[in-house]
Ligand binder design. Structure first.
Ligand code: RAM
Length: 331
């Protein structure tokens, strides 16, 4: 709707000044992340800018709060509404708390999608998952179990306690544990809020309170680095294996020094590219978000929306000594 409004406004200006339609403003897409200063989101922004360049008439506004909170994101959403952006593509710090602000944005004609970490269906038109949730849940446990033939105690160091994506992965992980990994004992889940200092303290706490801990699983690129640094600093390499979801460029040193055997992730550049590509399609009415719709994600391919208007991209890649060097040069 806002695009139509803008085009009408541009057309009026064209009539008055006899200028060309090329004067139409670019489509403004806000890429709202959980928090700024996170390398994962910086990589997603690279892909977002790439999509904007490829599409041509798009401006990407990369923004997010300084810490990963819903309150910070609500302030940003309200300011984006005031700026009359055309679309908001958000990785949510909470599935429900953002809904009223995002509903307000949609009421004003702004296209809203979530990506990476979802918003409840009533607060967005669609959600883009990086990969299948159950698959990620199983992958993070398998990454630990593969290097623990005898089994043992493991703990999860997550992001914030309200993060939609991590909570869904942890739930999926807990579901597969009893049947597929009966000798893996998940002792606890703690939350580092995607903050390095808090994640470091939580990792230290885990080690202090669980003397038989064999692995720390951190399904967050911030937490996994913090945990591997603590294991390194406390001379626990070989005793505690750190694993989870990690950005190869940030994590290579911990595969190299043995604090971790292997981690996994998807391509964050492709994820940011796809989020902007989809937001643009919906904001310009080139596509409609409805169950069963097949939506193009440009050079990355296509996704199909399920009954909740959510879609998933490809399976995660595993990184270990054999390939982390190569991937660390890309993201
Ligand atoms: C952190 C964020 C993000 C998540 C990655 C794996 O950077 O929590 O949402 O997808 O880790």
């Amino acid at each position: 709707m806002s695009i139509v409004r803008k085009l009408l406004a541009a057309a009026a200006i064209t009539a008055v000044f006899a200028a060309t339609p090329a004067m139409a403003e670019p489509v403004k897409i806000a890429l709202v992340v959980k928090s700024l200063g996170n390398g994962f989101f910086d990589a997603a922004n690279k892909g977002a800018q790439e999509a904007a360049k490829e599409i041509g008439d798009v401006e990407v506004i990369y923004t997010g709060p300084t810490s990963a909170t819903a309150e910070g994101q609500i302030e940003i959403i309200n300011s984006l509404i005031a700026q009359q952006v055309d679309a908001i593509a958000i990785s949510a710090n909470d599935p429900d708390a953002l809904v009223p602000a995002l509903k307000k944005a949609m009421d004003r004609g702004i296209t809203v999608i979530s990506w990476d970490s979802g918003v409840a269906p009533e607060g967005r038109e669609m959600h883009l998952n990086p990969s299948d949730t159950d698959l990620i849940g199983e992958t993070i446990i398998k990454l630990a179990a593969d290097y623990l033939p005898e089994g043992g105690d493991v703990a999860i160091l997550s992001a914030s306690s309200t993060a939609t994506n991590q909570n869904a992965w942890i739930e999926a992980a807990k579901k597969v544990l009893p049947e597929k990994f009966p000798n893996i004992n998940l002792v606890t889940v703690v939350y580092g809020d995607d903050d390095s200092v808090k994640s470091t303290n939580e990792a230290k706490g885990l080690i202090a309170s669980h003397p038989n801990l064999k692995a720390i699983i951190a399904p967050t690129t911030v937490g996994v680095v913090a945990a591997a640094q603590v294991v390194t600093d406390q001379n626990l390499i070989g005793k505690i294996n750190v694993t989870g979801l990690a950005l190869p460029s940030e994590f290579k040193k911990f595969i190299d020094n043995g604090a971790s055997q292997a981690v996994a992730l998807w391509n964050p550049i492709d994820l940011g590219y796809s989020a902007v590509y989809l937001a643009h399609q919906l904001a310009t009415d080139k596509a409609e978000a409805k169950p069963g719709a097949k939506l193009s994600i440009g050079r990355v391919g296509e996704v199909t929306l399920d009954e909740t208007n959510a879609a998933a991209m490809a399976a995660p890649f595993k990184f270990d000594k054999s390939n982390i060097e190569e991937f660390s040069k890309i993201y």
